[in-house]
Every structure is written in C-alpha cells, then in structure tokens.
Design a protein around this ligand. Structure first.
Ligand code: FES
Ligand code: FES
Length: 161
C-alpha cells in the first residue's frame, strides 16, 4: 500500500468514519473497491463519458476526476442510494424501465445521477433542455431517444409525487 490518509464521509446516508485510503485513489476507486459500491461505473477515467457521475453534496460530479482524500467530510450519493427502499424504485428508475431508457446499462448510473440533479433544478424541462443536460453522458447503445423520453416521463412522475 502506498501513502495513506484517513477520511470520514457519508455515502448514501451511511457514515464512514476514519477510512484509511491511499492518496492516489480516485473517489470512483474508493467507492468501488473499498466500499464495494460497484454501481458507479468507470468508462474513460478522464472526465469525458460521465459513467462515473455521483452526487457530491447534492451536485453531480465525475468521481474519476476526484481523489478520495478530496471528499473528506462530504455527503455522497451513488446510484445505490437513489431508490427509497430495497423494494421500491425511484420514479426516475421506473421511467427508465418503462421507456426503454437503457440497454446494456453501463451509462445508466451516470445518466440517473445527472438527471436527478437536473430535474431537481428544472422540474418541467423541454426535450432540448434534457438533451443538453445529458450531453456530458455518453451512451453507446440507445441512440438517446429512450433516455430523453424517460427523463421527460420522470419529470411528470416527480411532479405528481
Ligand atoms: S469514467 Fe469518469 S467521466 Fe468517464
Ligand atoms: S445503455 Fe449501453 S451505454 Fe447506454
């Protein structure tokens, strides 16, 4: 093991105190390898694809571009933390399921965390606004049509919720 530091943070509402982490570890590596939260995916590992997007203190961030030691004291939400319970999906997840918003699912955690923040800021978006919001998230499967439809459907569901 290389040089380490201790960090404390909250992930999906669970507190992790005094976690010893290698200073070279990205936040993505820490979440995946140390906490076992492998729902955060790694594609490009240099900030382009958006697959690793998480919420850092409520704002979307690329976890491949952050070092774990930089998030000491932060509140993180990953894809594992967005459903209200183990038996229930978040309305955004339901909308993705119902609108064929995913195929292989590799981009999906990043799409969902990005859209969670976006729909919080803009609860009634236009299609164009949705397309701009996800323009930093690459999907190699869907052609984006189902994703955009899912986001617009999710906006309606969230307004009713
Ligand atoms: S893996 Fe982080 S942006 Fe691609
Ligand atoms: S569903 Fe496969 S990359 Fe988006």
């Amino acid at each position: 093991m290389g040089e380490t530091r201790k960090i404390s943070l909250s992930v999906n509402g669970t507190s992790y105190a005094d976690q010893e982490v290698e200073v070279r570890f990205t936040l993505a590596d820490f979440l995946r390898q140390q906490l076992g939260l492998t729902g955060t995916h790694l594609g490009c590992e240099h900030g382009v694809c958006g697959a690793c997007t998480i919420l850092l203190n409520g704002q979307s961030a690329r976890s491949c571009l952050l070092l774990a030691v930089q998030v000491d004291g932060a509140e993180i939400t990953t894809i594992e933390g967005i459903a209200p319970s183990a038996d229930e999906l978040h309305p955004l997840q339901e909308a993705f399921r119902d609108n064929h918003g995913l195929q292989c699912g590799f981009c999906t955690p990043g799409m969902l965390t990005t859209l969670l923040e976006f729909l919080g800021d803009n609860p009634d978006p236009t299609e164009q606004e949705v397309r701009i919001a996800i323009s930093g998230n690459l999907c190699r499967c869907t052609g984006y049509q189902g994703i955009v439809a899912a986001a617009l459907d999710a906006a309606k569901r969230l307004q009713k919720a």
